[in-house]
Design a protein around this ligand. Structure first.
Ligand SMILES: Cc1cc2nc3c(=O)[nH]c(=O)nc-3n(C[C@H](O)[C@H](O)[C@H](O)COP(=O)(O)O)c2cc1C
Length: 239
């Protein structure tokens, strides 16, 4: 997490043909923060500045940053103030603190304050798991967009629902027949990506797809046993 390393890394990213560089000052993972990286960098705003400056100078690619609402006494607003003169293309703020990790409520007031000082592309993130929450954050914080993480687990159609909500103030739920088709496609893509038919890893995903199904308990009991794509098809066909 030294500026020189970001200079080197940004060259590799450009050579590999990517369209942009996002520097993540929001990661709370122990193995990352143990090495003075990720969210721990928020404790050292001079270093944050040097890293972003070095990266922007080393690349023609757009550079964006991701940060959390705060870590200890340091707030996202302080970080943004510190780097305001750098040519950052977009800022995404995860509205939870480092200490909150991935659960609990986001504090949107912090992002509201950042909106008043940062005129560039500002994206809000953290706990947006219903179309209504997404809509209220977009309209009330006047941000340019939002980031969705856990909210789309087991419902990859969540993005269309948010768009529907924004346009029509309502959204539709897929039928179980549609959900089945989508989850099978998800499983096919995972098998193709891994280049084998072992779908043990897919169990955690498929369990989320059945939330809300009237026979969810019976379904889950069987789905936790799947090993292959055919196992999945055999179970799903019965419901
Ligand atoms: C499994 C997992 C992997 C993640 N990987 C990244 C990552 O590589 N880069 C990043 O900026 N954020 C990463 N995040 C954080 C999310 O982008 C997001 O900020 C966080 O999950 C909060 O949003 P949510 O409440 O909608 O999940 C990850 C989150 C999860 C759950």
């Amino acid at each position: 997490s030294r500026p020189e390393e970001f200079v080197q890394a940004s060259k590799l990213v450009a050579q590999a043909g990517f369209d942009g560089i996002d520097i993540n000052f929001g990661c709370p993972a122990k193995k990352v923060n143990r090495n003075d990286a990720g969210c721990t960098l928020m404790n050292n705003l001079d270093r944050v500045y040097d890293i972003i400056q070095a990266t922007c100078e080393a690349t023609k690619l757009p550079v964006s940053i991701k940060l959390r609402n705060g870590k200890g006494q340091v707030t996202a607003e302080q970080l943004v103030k510190k780097v305001l003169d750098l040519p950052i293309q977009a800022i995404m703020v995860h509205g939870r603190t480092f200490e909150q990790a991935f659960s609990g409520e986001s504090d949107w007031q912090q992002i509201k304050k950042i909106r008043t000082i940062y005129p560039g592309i500002l994206l809000a993130n953290g706990g947006l798991d219903t179309p209504a929450k997404a809509q209220s954050v977009i309209t009330e914080l006047a941000v340019d967009g939002i980031g969705i993480g856990q909210g789309c687990w087991g419902k990859p159609w969540f993005f269309s629902q948010i768009k529907e909500q924004l346009r029509f103030n309502r959204y539709t739920q897929p039928t179980w027949a549609q959900i089945k088709r989508i989850l099978l496609t998800h499983a096919e893509l995972m098998a193709a990506d891994k280049n084998n038919d072992n779908l043990v890893e897919f169990r955690k995903h498929v369990l989320r797809y059945v939330n809300g199904h009237e026979k969810a308990t019976a379904l889950r009991k069987q789905l936790v046993t799947i090993n292959s794509y055919q196992d999945l098809v055999n179970i799903i066909q019965q419901f």
